[in-house]
Design a protein around this ligand. Structure first.
Ligand SMILES: *Cc1c(COP(=O)(O)O)cnc(C)c1O
Length: 461
């Protein structure tokens, strides 16, 4: 086919803007129907996903039909996690102005790799870096880089840690690789998140050589049980256990590690935000003494997906581990994002993070964090009143709950998930089958929780 026909057609689409109006009207439909939607799609909606099973189209298709298909079959096969009754995983909702900013930024379609590719995304990421360092009360020169999520943030932070620790021993990972490198000791809590183990295996540090520190009934590392640390040790602590939300004793861990010149990384995917609110900042006490941190903006902060952040006290350690050059790459005196992560081309995810932070401000972030925590407290209290057993202290936004027997817990979880009215996941908490509840949406209010507690109570009968 003659490309000039397609070119003409696409230019006409940009001029007419009907496609954007169509997408906008579907989006508004979705927003308006959200409260009535099943929180998780049921069989008919899932069966309709078959509509996407077709061979690669031989010829161009109608754009209006493409969007129509997405709305007709796609919208109802989504999980209604932007509403107030989704408590699965630790999935946040989205602050409206951030969504709108993302729409606008989608039209810009910027490549955030270098300042010369997009001055605005470089600027907004530089601003976000400053604001986050202030919110989390980290050392002033801490570097922040914007990545897909906390799993990747962890990989990048631990890459910087690995290279720096080996560098101190005269070994350059960038030049020499890992074969024959001096060994590093890796220390983490017995209840560390699975993404940490994945990161360690990706980085050639392996899972099985890790020294696991015993944890208490809340899943917190016992600082008194830390092994001997030295300057070739990487300690990975947790701010927010993915089940119960417990925080490792960061103050004690950092003091012990700093004394030994070990590197401390804090996995604070959702919990790091505790530092930004007066009522919860006791949980992260001492975390500013760590060397690196990973956190998500798409969880507690309710920025849209995908928005993970890696923070590193020694900017040079992060930059040195991400070295890349090419005669065509034009670095500038401004912020060049690709110097801080392995990614080169990517979308400007700092735009919606900036919009979220600018909208909420320091007071808004604090009240959002405190709201999620107080809703979790309320939820746990109501569940306990109904005879459910709460397995951990509710210190943040997470609840681990069970019924009298594992069979009853399994049956209740199945009924809750099948209700369509709310959604929670399951987990095994210290050898006990449990239901995990994560209050992570700005939308959730007491009414949502009252409705969900009724569903829980029904499900247990
Ligand atoms: C969610 C989570 C991760 C992984 O973050 P992603 O953004 O899903 O990659 C890591 N650690 C903890 C404690 C988490 O809750």
């Amino acid at each position: 086919m003659d490309f000039s026909d397609l070119q003409q057609e696409m230019r006409a689409q940009l001029v007419a803007k009907e496609l954007f109006a169509q997408a906008q009207s579907y989006a508004y439909d979705y927003i308006d129907n959200l409260a009535e939607m099943d929180v998780f799609p049921f069989a008919p909606a899932l069966a309709d996903l078959e509509m996407f099973e077709e061979t690669l189209p031989a010829q161009p298709a109608s754009p209006a039909q493409i969007l129509g298909m997405l709305h007709q079959y796609g919208s109802k096969a989504t999980v209604a996690q932007t509403g107030g009754k989704y408590f699965g995983f630790v999935n946040g909702s989205a602050v409206p102005v951030a969504l709108a900013a993302k729409w606008l930024a989608d039209v810009w379609d910027q490549n955030a790799a270098l300042f010369v590719m997009s001055p605005i995304t470089a600027k907004l990421e530089a601003i976000c870096e400053k604001w986050l360092v202030q919110l989390f009360k980290l050392p002033p020169d801490t570097a922040a880089a914007f990545v897909g999520g906390s799993s990747l943030a962890g990989v990048y932070a631990l890459a910087a840690a690995r290279n720096e620790l080996l560098n101190r021993q005269g070994w350059d990972v960038g030049e020499q690789g890992l074969f024959g490198a001096p060994p590093l000791k890796v220390v983490l809590g017995g209840d560390a998140h699975s993404s940490v183990f994945k990161a360690l295996s990706l980085l050639g540090l392996g899972k099985s050589r890790v020294e696991l520190v015993p944890v208490d009934a809340q899943g917190r590392m016992l600082a008194g049980k830390l092994p001997k640390l030295d300057s070739a040790t990487l300690v990975i602590a947790q701010a927010g256990n993915v089940c119960g939300g417990a925080f490792d004793p960061l103050d004690e861990i950092c003091d012990a590690a700093n004394q030994a010149r070990a590197w401390v990384h804090v996995d604070g995917a959702f919990g790091l935000w505790a530092a930004a609110a007066a009522k919860t900042s006791y949980l992260t006490k001492g975390m500013e003494k760590a060397d690196s941190w990973s956190v998500d903006a798409h969880k507690t902060l309710n920025a849209p997906y995908d928005c993970g952040i890696v923070l590193c006290k020694e900017r040079a350690a992060l930059v040195n581990s991400m070295r890349a050059a090419g005669s065509y790459i034009q670095f500038s005196a401004e912020r060049d994002a690709m110097s801080l992560t392995p990614e080169m081309s990517r979308r400007g995810r700092g735009v919606e993070l900036w919009a979220t932070l600018k909208y909420l401000g320091q007071a808004g972030v604090a009240s959002l964090v405190e709201h999620l925590c107080s809703m979790a407290q309320y939820f746990a209290h109501q569940l306990a009143a109904q005879g459910f057993i709460i397995l951990t202290d509710v210190v943040f936004n997470q609840i681990v709950v069970k019924c009298a027997t594992p069979e009853a817990t399994a049956a209740a979880l199945e009924k809750i998930q099948a209700s369509g009215k709310c959604w929670c996941g399951g987990a095994v908490w210290q050898n006990q089958l449990a239901i995990r509840v994560s209050v992570c949406s700005w939308q959730t209010d007491k009414e949502d929780i009252d409705d969900c507690v009724k569903i829980f109570a029904e499900a247990r009968k």
